[in-house]
Write a protein that binds this ligand. Structure first.
Ligand SMILES: Cc1cc2nc3c(=O)[nH]c(=O)nc-3n(C[C@H](O)[C@H](O)[C@H](O)COP(=O)(O)O)c2cc1C
Length: 220
């Protein structure tokens, strides 16, 4: 796939086939993602690849916590509010997504069901949990974002889909305990990975973007 076409066509995938992803394929896209730039080449990323029986067990734990209303306790705090313009975009995103699924704005049960699907990795056979050293700050979180985008593009390039999910970082203590990791590993993000299911209604949703005129100003 051509690079620019890959950037243009990547989107978050929220419906996956159960077909397992070969380990070599995962290794290759992680190796490519590792080509991402980072602050003084520090490469803060640490990736837990969770698949097979372990995937099912961890999904059950996270789903159980979310479904029973255990309050989220992410290592990176969820923003309490957004600047007006960003809040507008977030709300539009939510509304358009629910509309595309035929979910009414006030249908709390359907909205909750959609939220809970995050913890089933939207059916993906593989989940990646992205960690970094807990002493690191915003520049390293920035590097983690670059890694995540490279990962998404590399996956897309070989016909795989990804969904970056802050919700998968809502219960970091449970994830660390399950993986046998110590408290000083900071969970930044979870990413579902697998082959996109073209029949999944959730995948018909296409997010919008600002035009360049709306976010770039020129001085010349
Ligand atoms: C840091 C981050 C956290 C996200 N968390 C979630 C999430 O928890 N669940 C989800 O379904 N999508 C999540 N997304 C996906 C965004 O909703 C998506 O990237 C955005 O709407 C743009 O759509 P696109 O990725 O399809 O282009 C997240 C994306 C990012 C970058």
């Amino acid at each position: 796939m051509e690079l620019l076409q890959g950037i243009e066509t990547r989107k978050s995938i929220r419906g996956f086939k159960s077909t397992p992803v070969p380990e070599d394929t995962i290794r290759n896209i992680l190796q490519l993602a590792g080509r991402s730039p980072s602050y003084t080449n520090t490469q803060p990323w640490e990736v837990a690849v969770v698949m097979g029986k372990k995937r099912d067990e961890l999904s059950a734990i996270l789903y159980g916590l979310a479904n029973s209303g255990v309050p989220a306790n992410p290592d990176t705090p969820t923003p309490a509010s957004w600047p007006v313009e960003l809040d507008k975009r977030a709300k539009e995103h939510g509304a358009r997504r629910f509309n595309s699924l035929g979910i009414e704005r006030h249908d709390a049960a359907a909205r909750n069901e959609l939220r809970l699907m995050n913890f089933k990795f939207f059916g993906a056979p593989c989940a990646l949990f992205l960690f970094m050293d807990g002493s690191l700050g915003p520049w390293s979180t920035f590097d983690m974002g670059l890694f995540t985008q490279s990962l998404a593009l590399a996956a897309h390039g070989v016909g795989l889909g990804t969904c970056p999910q802050a919700l998968l970082a809502h219960y970091p203590d449970a994830v660390r305990e399950f993986l046998g990791l110590s408290k000083d590993r900071k969970l930044v993000l979870g990413v579902s990975l697998g082959y996109p299911d073209p029949a999944a209604k959730l995948n018909t949703y296409q997010s919008t973007r600002m035009n360049v005129e709306d976010f770039a100003r020129w001085w010349k």
